[in-house]
Design a protein around this ligand. Structure first.
Ligand code: NAG
Ligand code: NAG
Ligand code: NAG
Ligand code: NAG
Ligand code: NAG
Ligand code: NAG
Ligand code: NAG
Ligand code: NAG
Ligand code: NAG
Ligand code: NAG
Ligand code: NAG
Ligand code: NAG
Length: 698
C-alpha cells in the first residue's frame, strides 16, 4: 500500500454530484442543565410538634373503592415551623385507602393516597417561575394534581417512582408579602395531589421535597408528626421585587426557543403563530417534530405552514366539541383533535400554497440551520386556529397555552432537547413593512429548550478519531461510541477499550477492520482482547490528522466518512479548539469560518455543488464515501502552542447539530513509525477532494 496519494490530485470528483445551497455556522457552548443534587431522604422524625396536635379524630371520608377501609385519615395539626426567609413548602398527607385489586402479597397491595402541598412565599422576591420537586418511595402513580402538570410534559396518570416536578400551567407567580401587603391569596398556593402507591397502608410520604426555581436552596425536609413534611427554600438574594399582577417574565435563552403568539382572540377561538428558532450555533434540526399537550382540551381547526401528523377527529366528534360546535362549523374538518398533537413542517413545494403554506419561514421540509450559516433558515413558523371548549368559551381573553413542549429530529418528538414550561413574556411586535407602525400579539409565551444532558441524552451519531504524522497509529473512536448492537455478530466486548488502528484501516467500514486490527496489534506487540472490542457503530466518523507542524504554522486534515445508507445534504460540522482558534487561517476544500462570539470554534461546511453532500458508503457503488480538506493555522497568534500535544486536536466536534463522541487519548510522540503509510494512499478513489497545498502529504 502507500504511495499513490498524488494520483488523487485533480482527480475528477466522481461523487460530488449535488446541489445547491450555501451554508455557514457559528459557535458556542451549550446550556447544560445540571440537576442539583437531590436532598438525602430524611431518616428520622426530627422536630416534635411544638403545639399539641389538634384532635386526631378520623375524618369520615367516603371510601375510594367499595372495599376500602380508610386507613390514614390524617389530620393536619397546626405545627409551628421554624422561620423561613424564602419559600416554605409543606407536604401533608390527607388520606390513604386500600383499593382494588386485593393483592397476594402486602408489598403489592395498591392504596390510594391524597396529599396537599402548600407553598408560601415568605421572602423578599417574587417567585416568577416555580416547580415543586418530589421523590417517592412506594412506586407512586400520580393521578391528578390540581391545575399543576408535570414539567417534563408527561400526562396523568403517570409513574412518578423516579420523582416528579410539578409546575402550574400556565405559569403563575408566587408574589411576596411586601408588594401585596401580605395578601395570603397571592403569596401562597395550595394544591392537592391524588395518586396510587403500593405496599404502604398508612404513611406513604415523599422522601424529598424542593422547589426547582433557580438559585433557591432548599433545606433537607423535616417531618412534623408522621404525616407532615416541611422544607424552607432560601432565596438567592433578599432584593425586594415589585411586580404587577400580569407580570411579563424576561425571555430566557435556549438552544431552541419556541414562541407562542396569540395574534387574534375571539370568545371561542383564537389564532396563534408558533415560531421555532434555532439559537445555537452548533444546533440543527432535520424533519423537526413539535409536540405539546393542550391544557383545556382545545383543538386545532386549521393550520398554515405546518401540519399535525394525525387528525384524531373522533376525539372532537365524540366529545364535547361535537356537542358544542354544531351549526356552522363541522368538527369533522378539524385539523387535529389530539390532546398531544405532533406537528411537522411542510415540504418545499408548499411554500407558495395559499391554502396550507404561504407563511414566512414555513415549508422547508423541517430543516432548521444555525443563524450563522443562514439566518433565513434558522426559523420555522406556522399559524393555527385554536378552538376552546366550554366553560372557557365566553371570555376572549381566557387564553391558556399548551404545555409539555417537546421538539426533536424526525420520527416522534425525541429526547434530543428538553424544554421548560411556557413563560408569559412581553407581547411580540410585528412591524409593518411599509409604515412606521407595529402591531403586537395579544399574548406571547416563550418556551426555552436546551440539548438534553445527563442520562436521558440520546447516544451520539458520529465520532472522532485522532492521528498525526508523528505516530503511525490512529487513536480510534471509543468502543460503542454510538451505542452497542443488541446481539452483535461476531460477539464483541462493549467494555474493552478500542484498539489502535493502522492508517489502512481508516477506509474500511468499522465492522470490517478485524484483520487489520489484529495485524497491527501484533506489530505493536499489544495484547489482543478476547472477545475483540465492539466497533463504534457510528454512521459518521471524522478523522482529525495533524499533517505538519513548522515553526510558524501547522496544518491538519479533516476527513469525514459516511458509513451507513444515509445522505447528509448540506452537512456542517463545528470544531471547538480553544487554544488553536486564534491562529485559524482557512480550509482548502471546505468552507470554514470562525464563529465570532465565542472565539473557540469554527464551522466547516462543504462547497455548494462540490462536496456539500456526505453520502453513506452503502449508497456508493465502490469504495467508501469520504470528504476531506486540509485546514491551516498560523502560530503567530498562538505562541507556545503544543500542536502535537492536545492543542492541535479539537476538544469537541458537532456534526449536523449533534455532538460527536471523542477519543479517550491523543497520539503520542516517539511511537513506532512504519513506512510512511498515508490515509490517501489507501483510498479507493471514490472521492478525491484534495487540492494542492504545501501540507498535503503525510
Ligand atoms: C462560506 O460560508 C459563508 C458563511 O455561510 C458564506 O457567506 C459564503 O458564501 C460561503 N462561501 C462559499 C464559497 O460557499
Ligand atoms: C437553557 O440554558 C440557558 C442557559 O444557557 C438557561 O438560562 C435556560 O434556563 C435553559 N432552559 C431550560 C429549559 O432549562
Ligand atoms: C384480600 O384477600 C385476603 C386473603 O387472600 C383476605 O383475607 C382479605 O379479606 C381480602 N381483603 C379484602 C378487602 O377483600
Ligand atoms: C428537586 O426535586 C426533583 C425531584 O425529586 C429533583 O429531580 C431535583 O433535582 C431537585 N432539585 C433540587 C434543586 O434539589
Ligand atoms: C414505575 O417505574 C418504575 C421504574 O421505572 C418501575 O420499577 C415500576 O414497575 C413502574 N410501575 C408501574 C406500575 O409501571
Ligand atoms: C444550601 O444551604 C446549605 C445549608 O445552609 C449550604 O451548606 C449549601 O452550601 C447551600 N448551597 C448552595 C448552592 O447555596
Ligand atoms: C407516628 O407513628 C408511630 C409509629 O406508627 C406512632 O407510635 C406515633 O404515635 C405516631 N406519631 C404521631 C404524632 O402520630
Ligand atoms: C440585588 O441588589 C444588588 C444591589 O442593588 C445588586 O447588585 C444585585 O445584583 C441584586 N441581585 C439580584 C439577584 O437581582
Ligand atoms: C415562491 O414564490 C417566490 C416568489 O414569487 C419564488 O421566488 C419561489 O421560488 C417560489 N417557491 C416555490 C417553491 O415555488
Ligand atoms: C424531506 O425530508 C424527508 C425526511 O427527512 C426526506 O426523506 C426527503 O427526502 C426530504 N425531501 C426533500 C425534498 O429534501
Ligand atoms: C464489509 O465487508 C464485506 C465483505 O467484504 C462487504 O460485503 C461489506 O460491504 C463491507 N461493509 C462495508 C460497510 O463496506
Ligand atoms: C439501510 O440499510 C439497511 C441495511 O443495511 C436497511 O435495512 C435499511 O432499510 C436501509 N435504509 C434505507 C433508508 O435505505
Amino acid at each position: 500500500m502507500g504511495g499513490f496519494s498524488r494520483s488523487c490530485r485533480g482527480a475528477v470528483v466522481l461523487f460530488a454530484v449535488l446541489v445547491i445551497s450555501t451554508v455557514f455556522v457559528a459557535v458556542s457552548g451549550q446550556g447544560a442543565v445540571v440537576p442539583a443534587p437531590v436532598a438525602p431522604p430524611p431518616l428520622a422524625l426530627v422536630t416534635p410538634p411544638v403545639q399539641a396536635p389538634v384532635a386526631l379524630a378520623p375524618v369520615a371520608l367516603p371510601p375510594v373503592a367499595p372495599l376500602a377501609p380508610i386507613l390514614a385519615p390524617a389530620p393536619a395539626p397546626a405545627y409551628i415551623f421554624p422561620s423561613c426567609d424564602g419559600v416554605e413548602v409543606v407536604y401533608t398527607l390527607i388520606a390513604t385507602a386500600e383499593i382494588f385489586p386485593n393483592a397476594s402479597t402486602p408489598a403489592k397491595q395498591p392504596y390510594s393516597f391524597e396529599g396537599s402541598v402548600t407553598l408560601t412565599n415568605k421572602g423578599y422576591s417574587t417567585l416568577d417561575m416555580w416547580g415543586v420537586g418530589m421523590t417517592f418511595q412506594h412506586n407512586e402513580i400520580m393521578v391528578s394534581a390540581d391545575g399543576l402538570s408535570l414539567e417534563d410534559g408527561r400526562a396523568f396518570p403517570v409513574n412518578v417512582s423516579d420523582g416528579a416536578v410539578l409546575s402550574p400551567s400556565p405559569p403563575q407567580a408566587l408574589r411576596n408579602s411586601i408588594e401585596t401587603a401580605g395578601d395570603a391569596t397571592k403569596i401562597s398556593k395550595v394544591f392537592n395531589i391524588i395518586g396510587t402507591e403500593f405496599g404502604e397502608p398508612l404513611r406513604p410520604m415523599p422522601v424529598t421535597l424542593n422547589i426547582t426555581s433557580k438559585g433557591y436552596n432548599c433545606t433537607k425536609p423535616k417531618f412534623y408528626g408522621n404525616t407532615t413534611m416541611h422544607t424552607c427554600c432560601v432565596e438567592p438574594s433578599q432584593n425586594i421585587t415589585l411586580t404587577s399582577d400580569d407580570i411579563f417574565l424576561p425571555p430566557i435563552p435556549g438552544d431552541i426557543t419556541i414562541t407562542y403568539d396569540v395574534l387574534q382572540a375571539y370568545t371561542s377561538n383564537y389564532r396563534a403563530m408558533v415560531t421555532i428558532s434555532n439559537d445555537s450555533p452548533v444546533g440543527r434540526l432535520d424533519n423537526w417534530n413539535l409536540q405539546w399537550t393542550w391544557q383545556e382540551s382545545e383543538f386545532i381547526y386549521t393550520m398554515q405552514g405546518a401540519r399535525p401528523k394525525v387528525a384524531d377527529t373522533q376525539v372532537c366528534v365524540g366529545g364535547l366539541a361535537g356537542k358544542y360546535y354544531t351549526g356552522g362549523m363541522d368538527v369533522n374538518n378539524a385539523m387535529s383533535c389530539s390532546v398531544s398533537p405532533v406537528i411537522s413542517d411542510l415540504p418545499l413545494e408548499k411554500t407558495n400554497d395559499t391554502t396550507i403554506g404561504n407563511i414566512k419561514y414555513c415549508c422547508r421540509n423541517g430543516t432548521i440551520m444555525p443563524a450563522v450559516i443562514d439566518p433565513s433558515k434558522s426559523k420555522s413558523a406556522f399559524t393555527m386556529n385554536v378552538y376552546k371548549l366550554p366553560p372557557n368559551v365566553d371570555d376572549a381573553l381566557h387564553l391558556v397555552p399548551p404545555a409539555g413542549f417537546k421538539i426533536g429530529n424526525g420520527g416522534d418528538a425525541t429526547s434530543l432537547y428538553t424544554c421548560g414550561a411556557p413563560r408569559l413574556i412581553a407581547p411580540s411586535l410585528f412591524p409593518d413593512p411599509y409604515l412606521d407602525y407595529s402591531t403586537n400579539s395579544m399574548k406571547t409565551w416563550q418556551v426555552s429548550c436546551n440539548v438534553t444532558e445527563g442520562p436521558r441524552k440520546p447516544p451520539p451519531k458520529c465520532c472522532v478519531s485522532f492521528s498525526s504524522y508523528h505516530n503511525d497509529s490512529i487513536v480510534p473512536c471509543p468502543t460503542c461510541a454510538c451505542g452497542c448492537k443488541a446481539n452483535p455478530q461476531p460477539t464483541c466486548s462493549a467494555n474493552t477499550s478500542a484498539m489502535l488502528l493502522p492508517y489502512s484501516a481508516l477506509t474500511l467500514a468499522p465492522e470490517n477492520r478485524t484483520a487489520q486490527l489484529l495485524a497491527w496489534a501484533s506489530i505493536l506487540h499489544k495484547p489482543v482482547p478476547n472477545p475483540l472490542p465492539c466497533p463504534d457503530n457510528c454512521g459518521v466518523s471524522i478523522n482529525w490528522h495533524i499533517v505538519s507542524d513548522y515553526s510558524n504554522g501547522w496544518s491538519a486534515r479533516m476527513s469525514l466518512f459516511g458509513w451507513d445508507n444515509v445522505t447528509h445534504p448540506e452537512w456542517f460540522a463545528v470544531v471547538e479548539m480553544p487554544k488553536a482558534l486564534p491562529g485559524f487561517e482557512k480550509a482548502y476544500t471546505f468552507n470554514a469560518t470562525k464563529i465570532p462570539p465565542t472565539n473557540t470554534s469554527f464551522v466547516v461546511q462543504g462547497l455548494t455543488g462540490y462536496n456539500n453532500y456526505l453520502l453513506g458508503s452503502n449508497l456508493v457503488k465502490t469504495g467508501v464515501s469520504v470528504l476531506q480538506s486540509v485546514i491551516s493555522f498560523t502560530k503567530k497568534l498562538t505562541p507556545g502552542i503544543q500542536v502535537k500535544g492536545r492543542d492541535g486536536f479539537p476538544t469537541k466536534v458537532w456534526f449536523n447539530g449533534e455532538e460527536c463522541a471523542m477519543p479517550d487519548s491523543f497520539p503520542t510522540s516517539g511511537a513506532l513509525r512504519m513506512a510512511s503509510p498515508t490515509v490517501l494512499g489507501v483510498f479507493v478513489l471514490l472521492v478525491c477532494t484534495l487540492f494542492l497545498d504545501p501540507f498535503e502529504l503525510l
